[in-house]
Design a binder for this molecule. Structure first.
Ligand SMILES: Nc1ncnc2c1ncn2[C@@H]1O[C@H](COP(=O)(O)OP(=O)(O)OP(=O)(O)O)[C@@H](O)[C@H]1O
Length: 367
């Protein structure tokens, strides 16, 4: 990356004798939206706090906007952070809360009033809210005030620690849409910690998947979803199917795969459909549920067919999910079909499930 706004190199963080980060490196471009995801305790918040200056790294280097951040306190960094739990001042009005960073910076009163008003408009908060106290606002409105306060001093980087996790589903959706719009309008870099993988896929330009204090993969949402480097990443983001396959491959070229579950019909996978860390003669084929179909009549050219019995289905509205029990495989196959008024198969029915193996992705190891 040419001129990253954030460049973290080999960040290690120890809390006493426990190591929370084991050498994390991450570069974020100006104006980029990056989501940090991973299981609880993997170090997402620790990394965010190190970027913000609320924690010091034990080892490693961090520069933001080209400046070394060693010894630079949070208030002097070009970053602002929004927390999961609101950190608004309860005894200050909305106007005082939003204007607080400007008051600290000794900005004159008229300028503060103008910029607070502009933030209010940007966050779609009504002008009459200016004199209210946080307790007189809904949870979503309070979170908008917190965002306004973080953005009023025009930081280069906005750090968001699960800002929407305390909101109900509907509010969350509307704030997510606003956050995406806000990011596009402002051109500020956003780093979002979230548990919600759908949220990460919807909002981020790139997703950084962490596990046990390490970065496992950084990539675009579609890279992470369709081309995960490990079964851990594939299983972490979205529901999926893994099929064990035998692999023949020379060097880094295409691979020939077969599976006894699909009648040992060979298929060829091109190099972009093979994990860069794949090696050996056995692997797991990642087959996303929406790439499977129920086959009536003949298979199309190249398609792999698996025979099974419908175990259960779930009507989800725009889609219907089938779980199909296949002989020789422990977990049922998950098949997502477009929703339809008439169900294509009932529980207990024998069906054939088909997919194009050339569209699937080959991972190392058995899932
Ligand atoms: N102040 C602290 N003192 C000691 N250990 C800490 C401290 N803060 C975090 N840890 C530990 O460091 C590890 C990483 O924690 P962190 O909060 O960064 O994870 P996380 O990925 O954000 O988790 P979650 O998704 O549950 O919020 C955990 O094992 C946690 O217990």
């Amino acid at each position: 990356m040419a001129n990253p706004i954030i460049h973290a190199a080999n960040i290690v963080k120890d809390y006493g004798t426990a190591r929370a980060l084991h050498g994390v490196s991450l570069s974020i471009a100006e104006g980029e939206f990056v989501a940090l995801v991973g299981p609880s305790g993997c170090g997402k918040t620790t990394l965010l706090k190190i970027l913000a200056g609320f924690e010091d790294p034990t080892e490693g280097a961090l520069s933001i906007e080209g400046r070394d951040m060693a010894g630079v306190p949070a208030a002097k960094r070009p970053t602002r952070m929004v927390f999961q739990k609101l950190a608004l001042f309860p005894h200050k009005t909305v106007a005082e809360n939003i204007g607080f960073p400007l008051k600290l910076a000794k900005t004159n009163k008229a300028e503060i009033a103008t910029r607070v008003r502009a933030m209010l408009d940007l966050m779609h908060l009504k002008p009459e809210y200016l004199n209210r106290y946080p307790a007189q606002l809904s949870g979503g409105e309070q979170q908008r005030v917190a965002l306004a306060r973080a953005l009023v001093s025009r930081p280069g980087v906005l750090l968001l620690d699960e800002p929407m996790s305390a909101l109900d589903a509907k509010l969350k959706k509307s704030l997510q849409a606003e956050l995406k719009k806000l990011h596009r309008e402002l051109g500020t870099s956003f780093v979002l910690v979230t548990h919600d993988l759908e949220e990460a896929m919807m909002l981020a330009d790139r997703i950084c998947v962490m596990r046990g204090g390490r970065v496992v993969q950084i990539g675009t949402p579609s890279d992470i979803y369709y081309r995960p480097v490990e079964t851990f990443v594939a299983g972490f983001i979205g529901e999926t199917n893994f099929l064990p396959v035998s692999v023949t491959r020379v060097g880094d070229g295409p691979a020939t795969i077969v599976s006894p579950l699909a009648g040992n019909v060979p298929a060829t996978l091109a190099e972009p459909n093979i994990s860069p860390v794949f090696s050996g003669s056995g692997g797991s084929l990642l087959v996303r549920p929406e790439t499977l179909r129920l086959v009536r009549g003949d298979a199309v050219a190249g398609e792999w067919l698996l025979s099974g019995i419908v175990e259960e289905y779930f009507i989800k509205g725009s889609s219907t999910q089938y779980r199909v029990r296949i002989a020789g495989r422990d977990a049922p196959l998950i098949v997502d079909l477009a929703g339809s008024l008439q169900l294509p198969a009932d529980v207990g029915e024998a069906v054939q499930v088909g997919f194009q193996p050339s569209q699937a992705f080959l991972l190392a190891g058995q899932a």
